[in-house]
Design a protein around this ligand. Structure first.
Ligand code: ADP
Ligand code: MG
Length: 276
């Protein structure tokens, strides 16, 4: 995508700090977090468990506020959720009493500004896009993990957001399905980006292979309090091979930065230590 990049900054985090207070205990989840994500970029954030990845993504989504600093979306501080951002959760978060179609149309039902025929057409478009034709009337409990996450993706994309936020969406899938979904996500992202406005993606994972497969840029977060420790450009043309020399080289580069932080995080978690 590098040749198509507009270089417009879509998301900017400036000196972001996030504290959680639980009774007397205070956790500094993020501190001094700065980053810039370009419009149309596929950004992947990796970091050890507990370093504040979900917290940061929730703040871009507007589900959580910042304690200090700013998160700008199109140069405007984020202060609430909005239809310009779609969110895909790790634990699928589908409504069990709604069918595939019912789940995907949920955001449109809530928005309430479309005619029934328009809703039906839109939902069908996204069902086809994510490859769920024939499953329109199936309930979530009858679907495999990969299919549930296809529903999650379609639901996040159905109101045409310019930013797609995904929090370890493939973490619960088996290895083979996970690879397939990585390929599917790239296909879907390229398709929706070619149809209209370029979609900016922020994808969280703790899998280095997943990060290198998907990303234009990998942002490595430090152990808590999380900040951006390194940015690695992944300039490998797509579709990518998981086994090429350049892929393995990038994987090792990301791992080099991540390893140290994973050790620190493991120690924090073991000792229940908090840096404050
Ligand atoms: P990650 O997604 O990188 O695993 P999180 O963003 O979930 O990390 O959490 C970062 C830190 O903030 C952890 O120490 C976690 O316990 C703490 N934390 C997250 N959400 C809350 C909350 N709502 N209340 C208190 N502490 C929280
Ligand atoms: Mg998380």
């Amino acid at each position: 995508m590098s040749e198509e990049k507009s270089n417009k900054i879509k998301i900017k985090a400036i000196d972001v700090r996030k504290e959680f207070k639980e009774g007397k205990r205070k956790v500094i989840a993020l501190d001094n977090l700065n980053l810039k994500i370009e419009e149309g970029e596929f950004a992947v954030i990796v970091g050890p468990s507990g370093c504040g990845k979900s917290t940061f993504l929730y703040m871009i989504a507007g589900f959580e506020n910042v304690t200090e600093g700013k998160i700008l979306l199109d140069n405007i501080p984020v202060d609430k959720p909005g239809n310009n951002r779609g969110f895909v959760f790790q634990e699928f978060a589908l409504f069990p009493w709604r069918t595939v179609e019912g789940n995907i149309r949920m955001p449109l039902d809530i928005a309430g500004n479309l005619e029934e025929a328009e809703i039906k057409a839109k939902v069908q478009e996204f069902i086809e896009l994510v490859g769920l034709e024939g499953f329109e009337h199936a309930y979530p409990h009858t679907l495999s993990g990969g299919m549930k996450q296809r529903v999650g993706l379609a639901r996040a994309l159905v109101y045409d957001p310019d930013v797609l936020l995904l929090d370890e969406p493939f973490g619960a899938l088996d290895a083979q399905t996970r690879k397939l979904m990585q390929q599917e996500l790239i296909r879907i992202w390229q398709k929706v980006s070619s149809l209209g406005k370029k979609k900016t993606v922020v994808f969280i994972t703790h899998s280095v292979i997943e990060a290198v497969y998907l990303a234009d840029k990998v942002y490595v977060m430090s152990a808590r309090p999380g900040h951006i420790k390194a940015i690695i450009d992944i300039d490998i043309p797509r579709p990518r091979s998981y086994t090429s020399d350049e892929f393995i080289h990038k994987r090792e580069e990301v791992l080099k930065y991540l390893e140290e932080e994973v050790l620190i995080a493991a120690q924090q978690n073991r000792e229940g230590l908090h840096p404050d």
